[in-house]
Design a protein. Structure first.
Lengths: 344, 344
DNA sequence: AACGTTTTTGGGAACGTTTGCACACTTTTT
DNA sequence: AAAAAGTGTGCAAACGTTCCCAAAAACGTT
C-alpha cells in the first residue's frame, strides 16, 4: 500500500533507540532488557505498528506463504481441501495463495512459476488432468522448493504425498453396486495418466473379481479433460449406453456430477434406471435426482495433513530423506432407500 | 524461496554494466541504447532471469496484487466471481489473493488487515452476513487503499460497487411463482442488514403487490448466519411450514440449497409439494430434486467489472471523486416442466 | 577547437527489515 | 584487583529492486 504506516525506524527515533534494538524487542529475540522490551512493545501497540512482511520476506528470503494449485476451487473436494490447508496454515502463521489450473497443463505451469517467483516457501499441488511432464516441478524442487502432492500425485517423485484410499473407496463403491444386484457395471474415469485413476480402476477390478464378474475394458471410459468439457462426457455416455450398463461407477467429483447431467440431458428416460456410485464431495448429493451412492474423500483432513507435512519440510533444519505417502480412508455414503430412485 | 536465482546484480557483473543500466534495459525504460538493451535481454533470457517481485514491491511500495474477500469459495456464486476477477487481473499483470470470511465478521476483519499488511494494491470485498461495522474498512480506505464492493455492499460508503439487479431478479422469481399458481409465498432470506437482502425483499414485495397478494411479515424469515448453520435453516423451515406456504422464494445461493436440504431432512413428505424459486449459481440445479426455478447472477461478469473498476482506481493518477454502482441483470432459469416435480 | 546538446551509462541512496559484530557496562570468578 | 563472563545496545551491511543525479560519451554547431 502506498500510504504511510509506522516503521521500525519511526519507533526507534521516537524512543531514542536503534532499529536493531527495536527489532529485537519486537521479535522477542536475544536477551533484551525487560524494560526496553516493554517500552517498545507499548509504543508499537500505541502507534499500531505492523511489521512490513515484504521487507521481512526480502531480508529473510522467505515469505511465510505457501502456494496451492488445484484444478478448480468450484470443485467441492478442492474447496474442502483448501479449508483444511488454511486451518493449519493460519495457525502456523503461514498465509496461502490459491491458484487454479483449470485442468490445463500450461496454466498449471504458469501458475507454479508465478508462485515460485513470488517467493512462496512451499507448494501444495494436485496435478491437472492434462499434466504428464513434471520436469518443471523437479527443477524447482531441486532448487530447494519444498513440494507436497495431494490427491493427484506423480509416481516417480520423491517427496511427501497425501491421498485418499482410492483403491478401497473404489472397491467399496463397486461392491455396493454389485450387492444391490447390478451386474453390468461401467466405469467412467479421469485421464489414464493420473495416479488416482489407476488406483481407482484397480479397486473397481478387484471388486468385480471378488464377485466373479468379468472385467470388460469396453465398459471403462476415460475423460482426458476431467469432465471440463460437457461434450467429452456426452460422448462417453453415448458410447456406454449401447452396452446396457445397469450401474456406473464414476471416479471423480466433477465427472460424477457431469455424468449425471449428461445422462439426464441426452437420455432422460434411462437416467433413473441406472444405479450410480461415484466419488464426490458435494454437500448437495442428497438433493440429486437420480440419487447416488457417493464415495466421500476426507478432503479437509487431506488438506491438513498435506500442510503439516509441507511445513515440516519448510522448517526442517536438514534435508529430508525419508518421505511418506499418507493414505486416508474414504467414506461410502449409501443412497438413502426412502428418498432413493423412486422411478425404478 | 531460499535457493539462488540470478539477480540484476549478477547480470550487471557478468556484462560489466551497472545495475541501473540493467534495470533500465529490462524494464524498457528511458533511452537505453538498442545495443545494450539487446545484450542484457539476451543474457537475461539465457540465465532465465526472473525479477524478484518482493524486492520490487518493497521499492515501489506496491505489490501488483489485489485482495479478495468472500464468505466461502465453495459457494458457486463466489467461485464464479473469482474466475471473473482472475480473468481480468491476470491480463493486467495483477495477482490475486483470496481469503474467506466464513460469514464471520471477526474473520473478515482479520483477513482484510492481513491482506492490507501484505501490501495489496486494492481490495475486492463481499461483506460477511455478520458484518455491521465497516469502520475498519473506512480507515483503510481513508489511508489510501482502493476498495470495490460487490454483491454485498454497504450503503454509506462512497466507492465503486458492483451488484446484480437484485430487485428485478427477486421480482421475476416471485412473479414466476405467482404465475404458476402459488398464492402463499414465503421468503427465506439472509441477514436483515445486508444490502441485497433489502433489495430482494423489495422485489418480492413488489411482485406480490402487482398481483394484489397481501404481504405478510410472518412469511419472511431471516437467517443471520446466511445458512452456515443447518440448525438455523431447520428452525426457519419449522416456523414456516405451519403457515402452509405453497411456494418459497429464497434469496441466496447457500440458503437455497440449504433450505431444500432442511426441507427434505425434516419434512420429506411436503418437500415436493412446495414450489421453490431461489437465487443460486450452482451448476447442478438441473440435478436437484425437488427441482427449482433459479435466479442466476452474472457472477463472472460481476467479478470482471469489479476488477476493472478496482484497477482503474489503483492506477488513477488523481483521487477519484465520481463513483458508480454497476447493476448487472440476473437470469431466471425456469424449472424444466418435463423433468420437473414429478411428485406434485 | 571549443562549446553546447543529446544520448547513454554509472554511483548510490532508498524501501523496511534482520542480524553479525563490536562495544560498553555489570557482574561474577579467580 | 584483575580477568573472565554475561548483558544490553548500537553500527552497519545485506536482501533485490528502482530511480534521481551526475558523469561520460557521442554528436553537432559555430
Amino acid at each position: 500500500m502506498r500510504f504511510e504506516t509506522s516503521t521500525i525506524k519511526d519507533i526507534a527515533k521516537a524512543l531514542g533507540l536503534s532499529t536493531s534494538t527495536v527489532s529485537r524487542a519486537l521479535r522477542d529475540r536475544y536477551e533484551i532488557s525487560e524494560e526496553t522490551k516493554k517500552l517498545v512493545l507499548a509504543y508499537a501497540e500505541k502507534v499500531n505498528y505492523r511489521a512490513n512482511p515484504i521487507a521481512r520476506s526480502l531480508k529473510e528470503r522467505r515469505s511465510y506463504s505457501i502456494g496451492i494449485i488445484v484444478s478448480e476451487i468450484a470443485n467441492n473436494f478442492f474447496s474442502q481441501v483448501i479449508n483444511g490447508i488454511e486451518s493449519i496454515a493460519y495457525d502456523r502463521d503461514y498465509h496461502v495463495i490459491i491458484s487454479q489450473s483449470h485442468e490445463s497443463y500450461k496454466q498449471e505451469k504458469l501458475n507454479v512459476e508465478h508462485l515460485a517467483s513470488r517467493s512462496i516457501d512451499g507448494l501444495l499441488i494436485a496435478l491437472s488432468s492434462e499434466t504428464q511432464d513434471i520436469d518443471y516441478l523437479r527443477d524447482l524442487y531441486a532448487k530447494g522448493l519444498p513440494i507436497v502432492f495431494f490427491d493427484r500425485v506423480p509416481e516417480d517423485f520423491e517427496t511427501h504425498k497425501v491421498i485418499a484410499n482410492n483403491f478401497k473407496g473404489s472397491f467399496d463403491a463397486t461392491e455396493h453396486l454389485i450387492l444391490s444386484g447390478k451386474r453390468v457395471i461401467a466405469h467412467l474415469t479421469n485421464s489414464e495418466t493420473l495416479s488416482n485413476t489407476k488406483e481407482r480402476l484397480a479397486g473397481y477390478k478387484a471388486a468385480l473379481s471378488k464377485y466373479h464378474i468379468e472385467f470388460k475394458p469396453e465398459l471403462v471410459k476415460y475423460c482426458q479433460h476431467g469432465g471440463m468439457h460437457s461434450a467429452e462426457l456426452e460422448q462417453a455416455v453415448k458410447e456406454l449406453l449401447p452396452l446396457k450398463p445397469d450401474g456406473i461407477f464414476i471416479s471423480s467429483d466433477r465427472l460424477t456430477t457431469g455424468c449425471i447431467l449428461a445422462l439426464k440431458n441426452t437420455n432422460p428416460e434411462v437416467a433413473h434406471k441406472i444405479a450410480i456410485a461415484g466419488f464426490t464431495n458435494s454437500n448437495l448429493v442428497e438433493l440429486f435426482s437420480p440419487s447416488l451412492t457417493s464415495v466421500k474423500q476426507p478432503a479437509f483432513e487431506i488438506g491438513q495433513v498435506a500442510t503439516e507435512l509441507l511445513i515440516s519440510m519448510i522448517e526442517a533444519k536438514r534435508p529430508i530423506t525419508e518421505f511418506e505417502t499418507r493414505v486416508l480412508d474414504t467414506e461410502l455414503v449409501r443412497m438413502k432407500k426412502n428418498l432413493g430412485n423412486r422411478f425404478l
